[in-house]
Design a protein around this ligand. Structure first.
Ligand code: UT7
Length: 322
């Protein structure tokens, strides 16, 4: 018998503090209209001083496990995607395991920047399909606000904090129809975040803030996401019209609109959370998926395309029959 992964619960968490475009324009030379027109963002959430990737992950994960009606000790595997781990080690997944009291599982982090949740879903799916795990918790949790240089108007307008979670279970029918993940380490300079503590002599003076050549990243993202759509449809012998929902990584409304156009989808079929969340990196797709499941837009049996692009470069997709 073949094994598939099925989504049995979703969850999400956003910190309470709201940072509007007007708030940012008090700090750097920008405006609400520039930010909204170029990105689609109006506000983003900022984690409180006592919040972290692990604490936000715990709230999102608990919500997802409640929806799935499973207990923590039933989990076989926890994967956390984050670029803002609480500690270098232990992994945020291990910290989350302890917080949840999930005694019978293995837990590890993956780092694939904004594509992290797609990479984590892909790994989870391989574990379930191979029979190595039956119940898997996937979380994306990010405190991007702590990696942002709040004096750099080209990046500080973009990012926000939050956590999304999904529980997968082995099933006889898909579920996850396919996942596709890719990396190209050749574009490091276009988007990176230094780690000053592990710096070499050559880059010891770099601060630990996100550095991005936004316009160049934008162009690569649009082209690459167009290709991943084609790859995903071809692998499943599906047509554009077979997709009910697009749940994209939330980096820029113009990138999202370009992918929707390629799919000949109306924006009504695209889940957009960007306006009030900004780019929450590896949390964004799981937050958006959770929102559309909970408000009833995504219905059981519908086909949902998740796609992401991020530093690395990394990019990928997951096609899910929910
Ligand atoms: O999630 C991971 C992947 N990340 C992405 O996908 C992000 C991709 N990039 C983007 O979303 C866009 O490139 C940005 C939103 C970052 C920038 O938008 P853009 O349309 O590509 O603008 P630009 O970088 O070409 O800059 C246009 C102008 C420049 O001024 P000049 O040189 O034309 O005089 C910038 O200095 O806009 C200026 N500018 C700003 N003006 C007001 C840049 N940032 C700002 C700002 N407010 N915040």
């Amino acid at each position: 018998m073949r094994h598939y992964s099925r989504v049995i619960g979703t969850g999400g968490y956003l910190p309470t503090t709201i940072c509007t475009n007007d708030d940012i324009s008090q700090r750097v030379e920008t405006s609400d209209s520039w930010i909204f027109e170029r990105t689609g963002i109006k506000s983003r959430r900022i984690a409180g001083g006592d919040e972290s990737a692990a604490s936000m992950a715990e709230i999102a994960a608990t919500q997802a496990m409640d929806a799935a009606e499973i207990l923590a000790d039933e989990l076989d595997l926890i994967i956390v995607a984050t670029g803002t781990p609480d500690r270098v080690y232990p992994s945020t997944a291990c910290l989350l395991q302890q917080r949840l009291g999930a005694k019978n599982c293995v837990a590890f982090d993956i780092q694939a920047a904004c594509s992290g949740s797609i990479f984590a879903l892909s790994i989870a799916d391989q574990y379930i399909k191979s029979g190595a795990a039956k119940k898997v918790l996937v979380v994306g949790s990010e405190v991007c606000s702590r990696l942002v240089d709040w004096t750099d108007r080209e990046t500080c307008i973009l990012f926000g904090d939050g956590a999304g979670a999904i529980v997968l279970e082995v099933a006889e029918q898909a579920g996850i129809l396919s996942t596709h993940i890719h990396s190209d380490g050749g574009c490091e300079d276009l988007l990176y975040c230094p780690n000053p503590q592990a710096a070499t002599a050559a880059n010891k003076d770099e601060l630990g803030f996100i550095k991005m050549r936004g316009n160049e990243v934008f162009k690569v993202a649009v082209n690459t996401l167009g290709r991943i759509v084609d790859e995903t449809l071809a692998a499943n012998e599906m047509d554009k019209s077979d997709i009910d929902w697009l749940v994209p990584h939330q980096a820029n409304i113009r990138i999202i609109a370009a992918t929707a156009k390629k799919l000949r989808m109306s924006m009504d079929q695209v889940v957009v959370t960007l306006e009030n969340q900004g780019n929450t990196s590896s949390a964004s797709i799981l937050l958006a998926f959770n929102e559309a499941v909970r408000d009833g837009r995504i219905q059981r049996g519908q086909v949902v395309l998740l796609e992401a692009f991020g530093a690395g470069f990394t990019w990928g997709s997951a096609l899910i029959r929910y």
